[in-house]
Every structure is written in C-alpha cells, then in structure tokens.
Design a protein around this ligand. Structure first.
Ligand SMILES: Nc1ncnc2c1ncn2[C@@H]1O[C@H](COP(=O)(O)OP(=O)(O)O)[C@@H](O)[C@H]1O
Ligand SMILES: [Mg+2]
Length: 172
C-alpha cells in the first residue's frame, strides 16, 4: 500500500484531516513537514474538527504551542517554525505534552533537532501546481494502522463523493 494521496483543494485537505482525526482519537504523535503554505495548519484544522473543535485554528507560530482541551481528547498543536535553538524546548517541559493519550500535532518538527520523542506518523505535504500531495510515513505499528485506516477510509469516502457528484449531474 502506498501511503499518499492528492488533495486538490483546501476543502480536501480539511476532509483528509477529518478522516485522519478519526484514527487519532486515542492520541499519538504526528509530525507534519512541508514548506510554508503547504497546508500543514489546514490539515490540523481538519483533525481538530473531528475532535469537536469548530473555531478558528490559529497557527501557534509565536507561542509554539496551542493547547485544545476537548471532549474527545487533548490536542497540543505545535508550530516550531520560529524556534531558533532546539535547546529552548528544554524549558517548556515536553514530557508533559507528549504523555500517552494526548495527541501532539507538530508542524516544523525538523526545527527541534533530536529533542522530540519518536513520532507515530510523519506526514509530508508537497505543493503540486495548485494542489497538494500528501505522503504518510508510519513510524510505529500504531502509525501503520493509522495510515491503513485513513487511506482506506479516504478512498471510500472519495468514491462516495464522486458517485454523488455523478448522480447530481445525471439528475440535472
Ligand atoms: N490541497 C490544497 N490545494 C490548494 N491549496 C491548499 C490545499 N490545502 C491547503 N491549501 C491552502 O494553502 C494555504 C496555506 O495553508 P496553511 O495550512 O496555512 O500552510 P502551512 O501551515 O503549511 O504554512 C492556505 O491558503 C490553504 O487554503
Ligand atoms: Mg502553519
């Protein structure tokens, strides 16, 4: 199974994030790579929506971490873009965030050097013309299950919406 998909617009990135979120309800560590504007925060918005958060998702660029305590679980959304030295992470007490059961979504994980614990899943978003390519790289057995389930559900979901579009077209 190849863990990649094409996301043709912002709505698809959000929908992909929502599906991914269903398989992250038990927590996990998801590290999201990609250049500025690749869609990392958009993907996180989808995940947060599945956890029941429908407000605006600010990119926590200046605060590094944005916590979300939601009925479906606790999410810590990190954006390490502005981290100048991985040693700064020593002072924020990472252990507390990365406890089992929490979901940690980390944008720009490469900025942390070796300070972050191992990921369950690494995601890469790549600009492809006006769309995006998403690549999922499982880093644990839990990550592998998340990938299998997400991609299966994504392709079923996509088929449904394409069939629906087809019927809508037929009816008109
Ligand atoms: N699949 C997609 N196709 C086209 N544009 C997208 C897609 N996903 C997200 N975008 C757009 O990319 C822009 C940057 O997204 P953002 O999530 O802030 O990027 P990042 O957090 O990686 O810097 C937003 O305007 C968003 O609407
Ligand atoms: Mg961002």
């Amino acid at each position: 199974m190849k863990y990649e998909a094409r996301l043709k617009n912002e709505v698809e990135t959000i929908r992909f994030g929502m599906i991914l979120g269903e398989f992250l309800l038990g927590g996990g560590r998801v590290y999201i790579k990609g250049s500025l504007g690749a869609g990392k925060t958009t993907l996180c918005r989808g995940v947060l929506r599945t956890f029941g958060f429908s407000g605006a998702v600010k990119s926590p660029t200046f605060t590094l971490i944005e916590p979300y305590e939601l009925s479906s679980g606790t999410i810590y959304h990190f954006d390490l873009y502005r981290l100048t030295d991985p040693d700064e992470l020593e002072y924020i007490g990472l252990e507390e965030y990365f406890q089992c059961g929490n979901l940690c979504l980390v944008e720009w994980p490469e900025q942390a050097g070796q300070k972050l614990p191992a990921a369950d899943l690494e995601i890469e978003l790549i600009l492809k013309d006006k769309a995006r390519q998403i690549i999922l790289k499982p880093k644990s057995s839990k990550g592998k299950d998340i990938c299998n389930n997400t991609l299966t559900s994504w392709s079923e979901n996509r088929c449904h919406s394409e069939c629906k579009m087809f019927y809508e077209y037929e009816e008109s």
